[in-house]
Design a protein around this ligand. Structure first.
Ligand code: GLC
Length: 557
């Protein structure tokens, strides 16, 4: 018998993203806060997540709701005090959970003292902490780079007669990572929080950190369409994902390695082959470069199956996979594929090989909430009003119960709640066997109990236009077959490549649970099932070129 390998918390646990403005308000100002999170720790513990990632909680003018930081080592007063932060961290640890903070190294707020100094004069010692450049002879910006949030990436500074670069808002000037003092300052920030006991960082906009030394123009994107964000007009080949990124990431990693069991999960929107490079050679870079495949791909089983294979195959040795279904920048999964399919997606997320990151509210099937024009808060929505790009709909307050404002606040919520909160909330769903919350809770419990689901290998079994099926298996542990119908219409799972027998452990239609199944299964539309296998055998004869017609017993029946 082989001993099971040891897995670290960020490998076999589930990460839960909290958008602090919207999770729980404790002082009735309509904005969530740290004490609010403390008041909901029992719920998170009950749900069974291992770590919480909290979006930025630092002092900020809130132009980008905390992603514009004016002090990297403080707490925004509306979220609470440093003493409350320390208390929250202690309580998270006491509950057996871990805490990941957002680190925003690419840019600060234009109100950060570093930038105030930098823009004060051309010979200020901090001038070079940001990316300043002369205008072209005709007065136009140094190059054609665009801002993710619309318009040019360059802002003219009248006083000192130069442009500065901002990948995001004008109020979010990019730091100059070619200056070693900037890197040192950011490492000090990391140490500050790590010394307090924080367990890791989610690194914001990681692939943006360093830019082409010559500031060359980005090429046009031939696939651009009018409906896309204006940023997509160009391919950001010179403004993102530069080769120097890998040294920067490796240096952050060695800093983390100086502490015990700390980690970084990096926000990187890149195709698979470029993404996996951020694991580094010999695991010397990010522990987990976020894999956004389930967000980016069409909800089509064949494509998803192929991409899972591609990802599994591209992972460097020792690299641990991860999966994400939503975050504060993306439409919610139930608005993208519908609630019934979001339940299938939950089953996929929680049974794939690799760390799942879930976004608050996904577990109750929260959907995008339409925000009337006059109430739009998100700068991305405000800057490109005709493109329906506001991120507010996915950031509305958590729906806890059917009391006023869903138990989120006693005041006026900063963003309106979904009108259906009275029937779709944690309290109602906790008491409903058929609810999405119950489905999540049971999938999380099963994953926590079963070695095969946490760490077993991923074996593709079947995919077609409706279905996706795979096996998860650890040595000396029960194996599971997961069969998912990614469509609303019924279908049959009758694979010619495998014979199997087992019992349905979890089904999106719980009526089916405990049923014994073998070889062929009819599935309802929107049905997904996790089957505990009792026996199975791949039919090698069906593999073209196979010499033997014998089956391969993996585990004796
Ligand atoms: C990341 C964040 C997003 C923010 C941007 C600028 O993409 O997830 O919310 O607006 O960086 O910091």
């Amino acid at each position: 018998m082989h001993a099971q390998p040891e897995y670290l918390w960020w490998q076999d646990g589930i990460i839960y993203q909290i958008y602090p403005r919207s999770f729980q308000d404790s002082n009735d100002d309509g904005v969530g806060d740290l004490r609010g999170i403390m008041n909901r720790l029992d719920y998170l513990k009950w749900l069974g997540v291992r770590a919480i990632w909290i979006s930025p909680i630092y002092p900020s003018p809130m132009a980008d709701f905390g992603y514009d930081i004016s002090d990297y080592q403080g707490i925004w007063p509306s979220f609470g005090t440093m003493a409350e932060f320390d208390e929250l961290l202690d309580r998270v640890h006491a509950a057996g959970m871990k805490m990941i903070l957002d680190l925003v190294p690419n840019h600060s707020s234009d109100e950060h003292p570093w930038f105030l100094e930098s823009r004060s004069s051309r010979d200020n010692p901090k001038r070079d902490w940001y990316i300043w450049h002369d205008a072209r002879p005709d007065g136009s910006p140094p190059n054609n780079w665009l801002s993710v949030f619309g318009g040019s990436g360059w802002e003219w500074d009248e006083k000192t007669g130069q442009y500065y670069y901002h990948a995001f808002l004008v109020k979010q000037p990019d730091l100059n990572w070619r200056n070693p003092e900037v890197e040192r300052a950011m490492h000090d920030v990391m140490r500050f929080w790590l010394d307090k006991g924080v367990d890791g960082f989610r690194i914001d906009a990681m692939w943006h950190l360093i830019k082409d030394l010559q500031l060359r123009d980005n090429p046009r994107n031939p696939d651009y369409e009018e409906t896309m964000p204006t940023y997509n007009q160009l391919l950001p080949v010179y403004s993102t994902d530069q080769p120097e990124m890998h040294e920067i990431t490796a240096r952050m990693r060695s800093l983390l390695d100086g502490y015990e069991e700390r980690m970084m999960i990096a926000e990187i929107y890149l195709p698979i082959h470029k993404l996996v490079a951020y694991y580094g050679i010999n695991e010397r870079e990010a522990h987990l470069p976020f894999n956004f495949m389930l967000i980016a791909l069409p909800w089509a089983p064949e494509q998803i199956a192929a991409s899972i294979d591609e990802y599994e195959g591209a992972l460097p040795p020792g690299a641990w996979p991860n999966w994400v279904t939503g975050n504060h920048d993306q439409p919610r999964i139930s608005s993208r594929i519908g609630l019934q399919q979001a339940r299938i997606c939950a089953m996929l997320l929680l049974t794939l090989r690799g760390t799942p990151t879930m976004y608050y509210g996904e577990e109750i099937g929260m959907r995008d909430v339409p925000i009337p024009f006059g109430e739009v808060q998100d700068p991305q929505g405000l800057n490109m009003p005709d493109k329906n790009l506001s991120r507010d709909p996915a950031r509305t307050p958590m729906q806890w119960d059917n009391s006023r404002h869903a138990g989120f606040t006693g005041g006026k919520p900063w963003l309106r709640l979904d009108k259906v909160f009275g029937r779709d909330n944690v309290q109602v769903q906790q008491n409903d066997r058929y609810s999405t919350l119950t489905l999540y809770k049971r999938l999380i419990d099963l994953r926590t109990q079963e070695a095969s689901l946490r760490a077993g290998r991923y074996q593709p079994v079947y995919s077609d236009k409706q279905m996706l099926a795979y096996i998860r298996q650890s040595e000396d542990a029960d194996a599971f077959l997961i069969v998912l119908n990614l469509s609303h219409r019924p279908c049959y799972f009758t694979p010619s490549t495998i014979r199997f027998g087992g019992v349905i452990e979890i089904d999106t239609f719980p009526e089916q649970e405990k049923s014994v199944v073998a070889d062929s299964i009819p599935l309802s539309g929107d049905e997904g099932m996790v089957i505990r296998l009792e026996s199975w055998a791949f039919q090698t004869s069906s593999i073209p070129g196979s010499l033997s017609a014998a089956t391969t017993p993996v585990r004796p029946s």
